[in-house]
Design a protein around this ligand. Structure first.
Ligand code: GTB
Length: 215
């Protein structure tokens, strides 16, 4: 059955792989599933056809036969449940991996997104400096806790899983902030994950879209 995902036709991340279709592409590459990409131009995001795929008019979405999904976390979890390779077989280990998906999206990602809000939407506001300091403190608090748990482990819980895809992609959003460099454990974790052939294929695919549509 053909899998079709949606992605920006012209992503404002300029091909650096930070838009959330990257998570889905990476998961599909890890499980060896071919997929097609429907590129959505900005002006079509809130049109009926795309809202039918995602009520919030966002990317990514995922179509597989009669099934249409939105929310990158739900899509990656679906891929991991549908195809072998991204979740442990043991029920308890599987539950722990799924817990880490939720932790990445629900506990680590929110302050990181907040940082972008401060940087781009509160630019020039009198309170921007104070907000930056507050948000960065929240981010560092979470990263301290993450590093304490990760320790010397290669991945979040035993083998590489869907949770590592989501976590690494969430952490990558801090690139350029200077914060990641304070955490060699996380830099090594991201480097390990992004060296995977599946990541590289996914990255190259989204970059090719940017290169083809950037003008
Ligand atoms: N919770 C949803 C999910 O995980 O799928 C959030 C989806 C989302 O925010 N999608 C964005 C979108 O469609 C694209 S990825 N926005 C259009 C809209 O809301 O109208 C967001 C993104 C783009 C670029 C960077 N970057 O450059 O760092 C990071 C994130």
């Amino acid at each position: 059955m053909t899998i079709t995902i949606t992605a920006f036709k012209k992503s404002f991340d300029r091909g650096v792989g930070l838009a959330r279709d990257m998570r889905v592409r990476w998961a599909l590459e890890e499980v060896g599933q071919p997929y097609e990409v429907r590129l959505v131009p900005w002006e079509k995001f809130k049109e009926e056809a795309h809202l039918a795929r995602n009520p919030f008019g966002q990317i990514p979405t995922y179509e597989e036969g009669d099934l249409t999904l939105f929310e990158s976390g739900a899509i990656v979890l679906h891929i991991a449940e549908r195809f072998p390779g991204l979740l442990p077989k043991d029920a308890d280990a599987r539950a722990r991996a799924i817990t880490w998906i939720f932790a990445a999206l629900g506990t680590i990602e929110p302050p990181i997104i907040d940082r972008d809000v401060v940087e781009y939407m509160e630019d020039g506001k009198s309170w921007q400096g104070e907000r930056f300091a507050m948000v960065d403190e929240r981010i560092r608090g979470r990263l301290d806790q993450l590093v304490a748990r990760l320790g010397d482990s290669e991945w979040l819980d035993c083998d590489f899983s869907a949770a590592d895809i989501i976590m690494v992609h969430v952490l990558r959003r801090l690139e350029g902030s200077g914060i990641l460099e304070e955490y060699p454990t996380l830099v090594a974790y991201i480097t390990r994950a992004t060296a995977r052939p599946a990541y590289k294929r996914a990255f190259a695919a989204q970059l090719a879209v940017w290169e083809a549509n950037k003008e």
